[in-house]
Design a protein around this ligand. Sequence first.
Ligand SMILES: *[C@@H]1O[C@H](CO)[C@@H](O)[C@H](O)[C@H]1NC(C)=O
Ligand SMILES: *[C@@H]1O[C@H](CO)[C@@H](O)[C@H](O)[C@H]1NC(C)=O
Ligand SMILES: *[C@@H]1O[C@H](CO)[C@@H](O)[C@H](O)[C@H]1NC(C)=O
Length: 309
Amino acid sequence: MAITKVRRSLLVSMVMVFFFFNVHHLQVMSSPHKEKKSCTNKDRKLLEFPLNLEYLEAEFFLFGALGFGLDKVAPNLTMGGPSPLGAQKANLGPLTRDIILQFAWQEVGHLRAIKKRVKGFARPQLDLSKESFANVMDKAFGKKFVPPFNPYANSYNYLIASYLVPYVGLTGYVGANPKLECPSSRKLVAGLLGVESGQDAVIRAMLYARASQIVHPYNITVAAFTNKISELRNKLGKAGLKDEGLMVPKADGAEGKVIGNVLAGDESSLSYDRTPEEILRIVYGSGNESIPGGFYPKGANGDIAKLYY
Ligand SMILES: *[C@@H]1O[C@H](CO)[C@@H](O)[C@H](O)[C@H]1NC(C)=O
Ligand SMILES: *[C@@H]1O[C@H](CO)[C@@H](O)[C@H](O)[C@H]1NC(C)=O
Ligand SMILES: *[C@@H]1O[C@H](CO)[C@@H](O)[C@H](O)[C@H]1NC(C)=O
């Protein structure tokens, strides 16, 4: 009997030690758990910010290929945000239309993928009117043109207008990646970056094939015009050289060996990165993240953009 009692109390204390150890162990484990929570909030803001660009791309490509946008194909994804201004069906040849339609559906997938991971925000007011694009092109060229540039007039102009779009998103994903703390966030951003840079590469390759043709109404070649757009973005971003046209001085080409520049990259041919602030300066067309305008007449949405206006 006595032995059994001793045994029993030994057993009880062993169980208690075990239990205590486990509780203690759990408490030790809970501090990285807290970190994970704060990382999720920082990651959330960084994952939500690109929705601004994904909305723009989705609407521009959907309208360009189909003549209607998210309100018709995926109204939930807008979360009640206003319809884009001035977007319209573009007069595209069969190959360009086929490719742009693929891009359009890819952007719908991107919006859904981001919102699966974070709550997100409503579609911001977008201005996709011809005037909005003509303003950017005139600013890049350095002179107002009449009749104005019309992105929806033909495949050509539409591709040049598209040159404005995925590249900025791409640099944003490159910039966001090292700031993300959770592996699942980095996985999402790597997946978005892969397709975004693929879109940019397709657009650039199609334009590269037409590099020496003349852009109306500007009377300069496609290659020269892409250089002007890239120069404008470098100027607005205020962070040095992060953007390159389709033909560059040899020193800026891959390994300093070539002037053809179908893909933009730094001296090691790595993609350039941009911060959200640099992106806002560019897409607002104001060079100032506190002064909305351009494609976002009322400003971009979400915690990061709203810090500034
Ligand atoms: C949109 O909302 C409907 C009904 O509320 C829901 O069944 C559907 O899954 C939602 N779709 C998306 C893409 O969120
Ligand atoms: C276009 O530019 C070329 C040379 O740069 C010039 O010779 C030509 O006159 C210009 N055409 C128009 C319509 O301005
Ligand atoms: C950006 O705009 C804000 C608001 O107008 C202004 O206070 C700020 O000085 C501007 N920043 C720069 C760098 O011009």
